[in-house]
Every structure is written in C-alpha cells, then in structure tokens.
Design a protein around this ligand. Structure first.
Ligand code: FE2
Length: 99
C-alpha cells in the first residue's frame, strides 16, 4: 500500500514514526561512538541498525524520504554523553511515546 492510499491521519502518524526511527538510528549510532563500554557499544550499534531497518520499512510503505533532525540527535547525544546513558535513553523513549 503506498502513501496516497492511506487515510491522511494514519499517514501523518506513520510519517512521524518514520522521522522518529531515522532520528533514533542516528542518535543510537552517536551514543555507541561515545560509549566506552564495549558491551554497551555493541548493544547500541545493534539498536541503531534495528532503527535504520524500521525507517527503511516505513520508507518503503510511504515512499517518502526524511533527513535526520540534527537538533534532536545532538540534544540526546549530548544528554547521553554528560548524563547517565540509561537516563538519556529513557527520556528519548518517553519523547517517542508522546508522538
Ligand atoms: Fe524502531
């Protein structure tokens, strides 16, 4: 099903999720680079790859491409680097549930 066949409200929600997946892909990748712990780095890289895959699935469904939201990515990457990583991740997931 392509985006022009979808209900506009549903399409708008899917597009927000698609943008979120792209932002999270880049944010997790940044956090992985900043993390010194090898095990945490490997987990963050895996999550980043999963988020990229989710983005590509939604991109295939909507036919739309997005650019990453640089501000949001830098914000959560900075939080992850100066605060406890788990706190930044919880905050990011909470922001996602508000979509
Ligand atoms: Fe995802």
């Amino acid at each position: 099903m392509k985006s022009k066949e979808l209900d506009p409200d549903i399409l708008a929600r899917i597009l927000r999720f698609q943008q979120g997946e792209l932002n999270e892909y880049h944010t997790y990748a940044n956090l992985a680079k900043l993390t010194k712990d090898k095990n945490n780095r490997r987990i963050l890289e895996k999550i980043s790859a999963d988020e990229r895959r989710h983005y590509l699935i939604l991109q295939n469904a909507t036919g739309k491409e997005f650019t990453p939201n640089g501000f949001r990515i830098r914000f959560f990457s900075l939080l992850g680097s100066v605060l406890e990583l788990s706190f930044a991740l919880r905050l990011m997931e909470k922001g996602r549930s508000l979509i």
